[in-house]
Design a protein around this ligand. Sequence first.
Ligand code: PGA
Length: 256
Amino acid sequence: MNARSQKKHLVAANWKMNGSRTGSADLLQSLVDKLGTGRAEVDLVICPPSILIPLSEQSLRDSALALGAQNLYPEPSGAFTGEISPPMLTEYSVKYVIVGHSERRRTFGETNELVAVKFKAAQEHSMIPILCVGETLEERESGSTRDVVGAQLGTVLAGSGIHAFAAAVVAYEPVWAIGTGKTASAEQAQEVHSFIRSTLAEQDPNIASKLRIIYGGSVKSANAEQLFAQADIDGGLIGGASLDAEEFTKICESLP
Ligand code: PGA
């Protein structure tokens, strides 16, 4: 348990569009072997590609590892070719769902408004959204990190209200650090995490202090400990390094 704020840390694996059926079964088995009994002070979440959710549900069923999705469409059913609805996810025991990942925002044109609607839909279906926010390199260099992250948060606040953050996770993922091998320094990350917490604290200090704000962007076992030691970093969203059970386990073990 994080003594600073009496909240559990959270580490989530974002497999992105990686993994075959057999390779994923092996990876899930290794994760269950290494982490399946869980740790009292951390919530562990695996977010496989949607097509691997049924397989993952079976593999993780009796373990302490929770299942997450990487995306959802904010309608219960209908003519939305290629999309996956909240009830389809919850039928497979999906507990968490990533919304607003920068790859969705940039490659698939998701706007702050759509992300806010997805956030709301996740909660309406009793899933915990992991809301990703973060700036591009250009935005950082032009000094607009706070404006960008503030607007990303602000649209969700406007749509769902501050109380929604009592059942959500925020992931700060600077776009320039994702999959690039360039991690934000612990100080750079802490600065933005603290900004996120204080922005939400203006509306409700209690909710803000209990909110899990996790960091993502080239986290690996070599840098996890330093990042997780920061006052406002409550865990991680792990991409590339989560595809290796041993490395992911080491990251989870780096929590204070
Ligand atoms: P990365 O991805 O760890 O491969 O940088 C993190 C993420 O995009 O969630």
